[in-house]
Design a binder for this molecule. Structure first.
Ligand SMILES: *Cc1c(COP(=O)(O)O)cnc(C)c1O
Length: 450
């Protein structure tokens, strides 16, 4: 494994944190009074009792923003100026030339695929390890989603396997910056250049994440963001398209506005021949502007806590935080993703490890599963429209193309998540997480039997 890291030039996150030496190894608090502490699941004290930061965070800033839109009587993007203000602010924050607010992250991806004219007969390459929306937007266009295996050490799409999945029918490659950490953007851009196929960034979890100092969403033809309740920037339901291509921005606007052009309230001649209504409202624009007053500070808090947590976990064998590709300069840490290797826990199953963590007061989740094996996905091979369009043989081959052995191992046995809200807590909270895991490791044999 070491060799593999070296060869591929991985940088461990622990090394990135660079703070290990500064703290002189593990802090004194660590295990003094806790050395013999039993895990909560065996009747001991909970390592964590305070509960994690609630989400969303808001105060009178949000209240005033919403009431101001209400009282203006201008509630939709075609009525008022707030959404345009949000779009300018979000574009500037990301260093992009164009931002289009839309009704969800799914709508952002739908708008991009619509503007690209993706349709029946086309293939779109996506990672298997993602939220189902990435898949759904392809299928809603009656295109064929090609699921690519995961790089088990980073949890990101394996770009070499993505390259192997490209055919003459491929019309878009849609990597996801999963967990808020950038995919291998340099390798993806090289693949895009080599094949001439547009790269679409699903950055729905990756607000303000950076690759070589530049914000994600700026690398491909366009990037999609989500502002759904759980995401790091939140207005209940919302999304945005970022692009640095003025023509593409206009086509996206047109697609999300019933084929009508123009901006704001001015209607012009539309582009393309298919469109819909995916408009965001002024209420959501005003909420986003209010939430953005906190975004930068939250990003920094998550980074500080995640780096500290990674440093603490580095000393625990069998806990392997997702690695970063070398170009990554910031993760949005929507998820803190790590691998659990049970052989370092006396064979304690992942499920029981999660139960034990939950008993300590710490939320933890196995996260995404094997999308390529889900009945919801495999059922596409017997969908009557797909059978008519692609034929039985092609749909059978499609099922076979979607084999993802690395993802099977990762999601079947190893993958775990902590959530972004946990990273908004204190340094002490991070210490308590590490302490809980140490207790569980020490008593793993007893927990396995319990
Ligand atoms: C949340 C999410 C989406 C969809 O965003 P919605 O706003 O919920 O529609 C798409 N892709 C990924 C990776 C996501 O996490």
């Amino acid at each position: 494994m070491k060799n593999k890291f070296n060869r591929r030039g991985f940088i461990g996150i622990a090394a990135m944190a660079g703070a290990g030496a500064a703290f002189g190894g593990l802090p004194q608090w660590s295990f003094a009074g806790l050395q013999d502490g039993k895990p909560a699941i065996l009747g001991g004290e909970k390592a964590y009792t305070a509960g994690f930061a609630s989400w969303p965070v808001f105060d009178t800033t949000e209240e005033q923003a919403l009431i101001s839109v209400l009282k203006s009587g201008k509630w939709g993007r075609l009525d008022g100026p707030i959404l345009a203000e949000f779009e300018k602010t979000y574009a500037d924050l990301n260093g992009a030339s164009h931002c289009l607010g839309v009704s969800s992250g799914t709508a952002a991806l739908t708008t991009i695929l619509g503007a690209l004219g993706i349709g029946p007969g086309d293939e779109v390459v996506i990672p298997v390890y993602t939220f189902i929306a990435t898949y759904n937007v392809v299928v809603l266009n009656y295109a064929l989603p090609i699921l690519v295996d995961t790089d088990i050490e980073t949890f990101q799409m394996d770009v070499k396997k993505a390259e192997a999945a490209v055919t003459a029918q491929t019309k878009a490659i849609m990597p996801v910056h999963i967990g808020g950490t950038p995919a291998d953007i340099d390798a993806l851009m090289r693949l895009g250049e080599k094949t001439g196929i547009p790269i679409i960034e699903d950055a729905c979890q990756a607000h303000l994440a950076e690759w070589k100092g530049k914000k994600v969403g700026n690398f491909g033809l366009a990037g999609a963001f989500s502002f759904q309740s759980s995401k790091n920037l939140n207005c209940a339901e919302g999304g945005a398209v970022l692009t640095n291509d003025a023509g593409f921005a206009r086509t996206c606007y047109t697609f999300h506005n019933q084929g009508q052009g123009g901006t704001g309230t001015s209607y012009g001649t539309g582009l393309g021949t298919r469109a819909t209504n995916l408009r965001l409202t002024e209420f959501q624009g005003s909420l986003l502007l209010a939430q953005m007053t906190r975004l930068q500070r939250q990003v920094e808090t998550r980074t500080e806590n995640a780096n500290y947590l990674t440093e603490l976990l580095a000393d625990i064998p069998g806990i392997e935080p997702a690695k970063w590709y070398p170009g990554t300069t910031r993760s949005a840490y929507h998820l803190y993703m790590f691998r659990y290797l049970k052989e370092h826990f006396h064979g304690l199953s992942r499920g029981k490890f999660v139960d034990a963590l939950n008993a300590e007061g710490i939320p933890c989740d196995p996260g995404y599963g094997q999308m390529n094996r889900d009945a919801y996905v495999t059922g596409l091979a017997s969908n009557s429209h797909y059978l008519r369009m692609y034929g039985e043989k092609a749909m059978k081959e499609w099922l076979e193309r979607n084999q993802c052995p690395q993802n099977d191992t990762l999601t079947g046995e190893q993958s775990l998540w902590f959530f972004q809200t946990m990273l908004l807590g204190t340094r002490e909270n991070m210490e308590q997480i590490a302490e809980a895991i140490r207790k569980i490791q020490k008593y793993a044999k007893q927990i396995a039997k319990a």
